[in-house]
Design a protein around this ligand. Structure first.
Ligand SMILES: [Zn+2]
Length: 125
């Protein structure tokens, strides 16, 4: 199977071959998608789901963190977003998409990678 390893050009074009994790509340078509369900959905798209953000992860779905206990309340950052920054230091780029972006990918579309916005928010703190 095709394995995603190319450098990021600012867009995420497919779920195929991605190793995915999530943070926050992911909503697709107005419906809150639970972890187990999400894992099943993305498997049908040729992606793998993991609970932890490690060096294997290529894509993070950044759901809504409002009202959740997050690692850094000041900038509404979860541990997984902080892990994205930590992976950066190891020269490993993890693409980040929103719930809307994820929905777009499920529909076969392309979405923006929010990685740089996340990194900017972290460094602005
Ligand atoms: Zn990216």
């Amino acid at each position: 199977m095709y394995k995603y390893s190319g450098p990021c050009n600012g867009f995420v074009t497919t779920l195929r071959g991605q190793t995915v994790t999530m943070t926050g509340r992911v909503v697709v078509r107005g419906e809150h998608i639970k972890r187990d369900n999400l894992a099943k959905i993305i498997e049908t798209k040729g992606a793998k789901f993991k609970n932890d953000l490690t060096g294997q992860i290529s894509l993070l779905i950044h759901g809504d963190l409002t009202g959740q206990i997050v690692a850094n309340m000041k900038i509404q950052f979860s541990d997984k977003l902080l892990d994205v920054i930590n992976q950066d230091r190891r020269k490993h780029h993890v693409c980040v998409v929103s719930s809307a972006g994820f929905s777009e990918l499920l529909n076969g579309g392309t979405t923006r990678c929010l990685h740089d916005a996340v990194a900017e928010r972290a460094s602005a703190n």
